[in-house]
Ligand binder design. Sequence first.
Ligand code: SAM
Length: 238
Amino acid sequence: MLPTETTLPADLRPTSLVPQVMRRIREKGLLSTIRRMSFLANELYWERRLGIDTADCIPREFLSEDPASIGYDPIGYRQLALALHHADLTAPTGTFIDYGCGQGRVLARASVLPFERIMGVELSSKLCDDANANIDRLSRRTTCKTIQVINENAKEFVVPDDTKNIFLFNPFTGHLLEGVVEQIRLSLERQPRDLTILYILPPKAVDIFSRQAWMNKTFQHAWSGLKLHVHHSLPSIL
Ligand SMILES: C[S@@+](CC[C@H](N)C(=O)[O-])C[C@H]1O[C@@H](n2cnc3c(N)ncnc32)[C@H](O)[C@@H]1O
């Protein structure tokens, strides 16, 4: 049984809410408490609106033996909205890929956008089961009808040549990331095209796309210690 830590319901449980809020105000101050409550309310709103359950937090040791992998911790819905705002939605919208899709939060949220296909690649079969259950439960009418969860090591995953948007939220570093970048490059070589990469990566891995001559950085935004980067392919250089 995997250990899970679901902060959302505990923080928002009505019986414990008032004492918790008072204690947090004493310890962290009013402004920080308002920000935290606003964050949690937004998380809860989107989980309910989509009808999904993606708020677990699972350390890497329970998912993979490879230290280059990172455990499961979903991106906040606000950060995700900003990232998706930078996705290329010009027709044909092609495939959107979330590398390390976990319980499927990004897949579910992206499904209200007009992507032709959404794919999540995930190493853990347990998380793939969770993601598929969440997709089955999606309560909101989705715009994208083809959502696929692929249980595979991202490094081995062959990028479909109609992929136009790729998203990464702290899935892995090192040789895994190098392998994924090579798979992306090979796909662009097979089918030169515009490709947008939206990512948040740990500091030690963050410059990997800037080092690729065939990618061009167009946007960067930092908040609460996280930095969103947006890169576009330069098909003429490949
Ligand atoms: C920080 S979570 C991000 C989850 C999701 N993308 C989101 O933003 O809500 C990172 C995910 O990457 C997955 N992962 C780690 N190494 C992987 C690999 N080699 N191949 C595929 N997925 C991997 C983990 O199991 C975990 O679910």
